[in-house]
Design a protein around this ligand. Structure first.
Ligand code: ADP
Length: 497
């Protein structure tokens, strides 16, 4: 922003793509810091060093040999390693503590969270703060994300050695809620383990019905709250979407903003995506037909250019509307279309989808696990892309789908409602209609929207093309949203509120 000085910003998170990713946060944590740096700010990021970090380990430099120690009742010593992001400029500091972070998964295994998650992420937060002192680099603001880094504002306000240290006193915190459904709940005893003062354990503090709620702590002790779309900022203040925290948010409503996520337009570009078998753009779509053909071949589906192909890339969780798929399964199988589904998550839904693929191998393909390449190929090879979420703070897959010319069929909630425009003929003619939305969270509403999309795809090819093109023409890159974050942070720092 013209006339404002450059800011120093620490971005603290539990995952950053490509080093570790379980969902959208990782993509955001890669793109937003780089976008803010491009705008002239000194942005640095911190995350744990897990067992596998998708980076060339030879590029990592150890910058701190001993960090931690007496954070908790028993010592945990760690190290800090550094690399830079793809832009060659944005630092990533990895907090390495083998006992806490070198696990098979990021947050839990076999559907169960690791029992010491509070310790693991409390350690991340305290090590990140100590690192600032070691580097003698004092940020103007710290951006914290979700429950894993929610303890930063809590500690800054409540741990005497931090609260009373002039180094930390003027640092502002922005707490970003990416998913209010995951709150980092733990038993009361965790308070002692992570050394939080007892008096915080009350309903006005971080207690939540007899348990410790890390997300709530972040919301209460930060200077400013954001969530990832405007629609969701309104939704989380309601009982239906607030997951028990809507009251807290209503009380702090004047501190809450909704800023839509963006996508990394270089990483996700069908015109030169290295993970695709062919390339295409808005004007030349021939490559997309080849991507579809290749996907059908690779998935063992009937190779048929005309048969609509619906893709899904998703966590297999009820949040993502897998309950609707379950309820509609028999009817979905009977639709004249193909399915390619990539997902990881609940075993229940894996079994459900595996059954679908087993019964109809030429029509349905499912793959379980996390597979970046297949994800890109599904966005490129699909005609339509299904996102029936129960709630969706922002969602990124609709952006990728539209950019890759796959028309989204989605529930009208959160960021999906903000980013997809219902493809009525009028809206399409105006260059606006980009997808098919349904309101009610019911299998019938979802099926009606899918049937509508299939009908347009097969019977109204000109209209379909226009919808596809409208989606591809949207600018979902970070430019506008990074500017909004910048403005929010500038005001927070300058006004001190
Ligand atoms: P959430 O963070 O709630 O899971 P988002 O839509 O915000 O949902 O982000 C999901 C991100 O994770 C997208 O980049 C999507 O492509 C990716 N993704 C989800 N599941 C998989 C998977 N099984 N394999 C590869 N990428 C996946």
């Amino acid at each position: 922003m013209k006339g404002w000085p450059a800011m120093r910003i620490l971005y603290c998170t539990s995952e950053i793509a490509p080093y570790a990713k379980t969902g959208g946060l990782a993509d955001v944590a890669s793109a937003l810091p780089q976008a803010l740096r491009r705008r002239g700010h000194d942005v640095r990021t911190v995350m744990p060093r897990y067992v596998h970090i998708g980076a060339d380990e030879r590029e990592l430099k150890r910058i701190v040999r001993r960090i931690g120690g007496d954070f908790f009742s028993r010592p945990y010593w760690g190290e800090v390693w550094e690399t830079v992001m793809a832009d060659g400029a944005t630092p990533v500091y990895f907090i390495a503590q083998p006992e806490l972070f070198e696990r098979k998964e990021l947050y839990g295994e076999d559907g169960r969270d690791y029992a010491d998650n509070h310790l693991r992420f409390a350690y991340l937060c305290l090590a990140a703060l100590e690192l600032l002192k070691r580097l003698n680099w004092r940020p103007d603001a710290i951006i914290c994300n979700d429950w894993q880094t929610a303890l930063i504002p809590v500690y800054l306000r409540n741990r005497a050695e931090l609260r009373d240290d002039p180094f930390f006193q003027s640092i502002k915190t922005l707490f970003v809620i990416h998913n209010i459904g995951y709150q980092g709940l733990c038993p009361r005893e965790a308070m002692r383990e992570i050394r939080l003062p007892d008096d915080l354990f009350q309903p006005a503090g971080i207690e939540f019905y007899g348990r410790l709620n890390l997300l709530k702590g972040g919301m209460i002790y930060c200077d400013r709250i954001a969530t990832v779309s405007e629609q969701h900022a309104r939704e989380i203040q309601t009982e239906e979407y607030g997951f028990g925290l809507d009251g807290v948010l209503r009380e702090r409503a004047e501190l809450l903003s909704g800023i839509m996520n963006g996508i990394d337009g270089e990483e996700w570009n069908p015109a030169d995506d290295e993970l695709l078998p062919a390339h295409y753009n808005l004007k030349r779509l021939a490559g997309k037909a080849k991507c579809k053909r290749t996907l059908q071949q690779e998935c063992g589906l009937a190779v048929d250019a005309e048969l609509p192909l619906i893709g899904m890339v998703t966590r297999l969780a009820t949040q993502k509307g897998l309950d609707l798929i379950e309820a509609a399964m028999a009817r979905l199988e009977r639709l004249r279309c193909q399915w390619v589904i990539l997902g990881s998550g609940d075993k229940l839904y894996e079994d459900l989808l595996a059954g679908m693929a087993r019964r109809r191998p030429r029509q349905c393909y499912v793959r379980f696990g996390f597979d970046e390449q297949l994800a890109h190929r599904i966005f490129a090879g699909s005609d339509a892309f299904l996102i029936p979420s129960r709630y969706e703070p922002c969602g990124l897959t609709q952006f990728y789908a539209m950019r890759y010319g796959a028309v989204p069929v989605a529930r009208r909630t959160g960021g999906l409602a903000d980013s997809i425009v219902q493809a009525t003929e009028k809206a399409v003619a105006k260059g606006q209609g980009t997808g098919f939305l349904f309101n009610a969270h019911t299998p019938e509403a979802m099926l009606t929207a899918i049937r509508k999309a299939l009908k347009v795809k097969t019977q109204e090819p000109i209209l379909w093309r226009a919808i596809q093109r409208n989606g591809m023409a949207q600018d979902f890159t970070w430019t506008a949203s990074a500017e909004r974050y910048e403005r929010l942070l500038q005001l927070l720092i300058s006004r001190g509120a």
